[in-house]
Design a protein. Structure first.
Length: 216
């Protein structure tokens, strides 16, 4: 986009010296009242609708590729919280698709009288079930050492796993199906991987979703 408080933005856009490759990707021309950072922020706000359209195009493209891989049964996609995060821990995940408002929390739980911790990923329904916060052997209450949304944790640490993250909404038909049908999380693998090969993270500590506890 081109933005400014004077006519120079129009003159630049129409100039023969303006690189043709840039002309092809200009989304629009916008008037702003300020310069520097304030003007930049105003330009972003003015161009919100254009930028939103660009995001939807990219969103539909990447989810379409995800569905195509599934249809072709390539074995190079994964979905669901458990399988996607296990693939990430194994180093086999290349790019993750993540619903920006995914309703899953990451809990770090301390075992009673032990230094061992257990990581659990729980949706809203599971968080209401006391069994997820108890030692399965003794029934003792586990101490919550840390908790945060899964999306926040991933956006903070995904770099250490060498993956890319594509955030998606549920506003297009493709992304809505992804959220409702695939749990709002999935991704592309670096190589074909059988689901039986996904055996857990380094500590083997993943909490499987109970099929009786709806994800969405």
């Amino acid at each position: 986009m081109l933005a400014g408080c004077a006519s120079i933005k129009v003159e630049v856009g129409g100039s023969e010296k303006f690189d043709k490759r840039l002309k092809e990707v200009v989304l629009g021309t916008f008037d702003v009242s300020y310069g520097m950072d304030m003007g930049f922020n105003q330009a972003i706000n003015e161009a919100a609708d254009c930028l939103k359209d660009v995001k939807f195009v990219q969103e539909k493209k990447i989810i379409g590729k995800f569905y195509e891989e599934i249809a072709q049964d390539t074995g190079k996609v994964v979905f669901g919280v458990d399988d996607t995060l296990k693939a990430m821990e194994m180093g086999s995940l290349e790019k993750m698709i993540l619903f920006e408002d995914i309703e899953v929390m990451r809990f770090e739980l301390q075992m009673p009288d032990k230094e061992d911790t257990r990581i659990k990923y729980l949706n809203e329904t599971q968080q209401k079930n006391p069994k997820h916060f108890q030692d399965p052997e003794t029934g003792a209450q586990l101490e919550i050492k840390d908790q945060q949304t899964l999306s926040d944790w991933l956006l903070m640490y995904y770099g250490k796993f060498g993956i890319k993250i594509e955030l998606v909404t549920d506003q297009s038909s493709e992304s809505f199906q992804f959220v409702k049908g695939f749990g709002g999380i999935g991704g592309f693998l670096r190589y074909k991987l059988e689901l039986d090969d996904i055996i857990g993270d380094a500590a083997g500590q993943y909490d499987d979703f109970d099929p009786e506890e709806d994800f969405i």
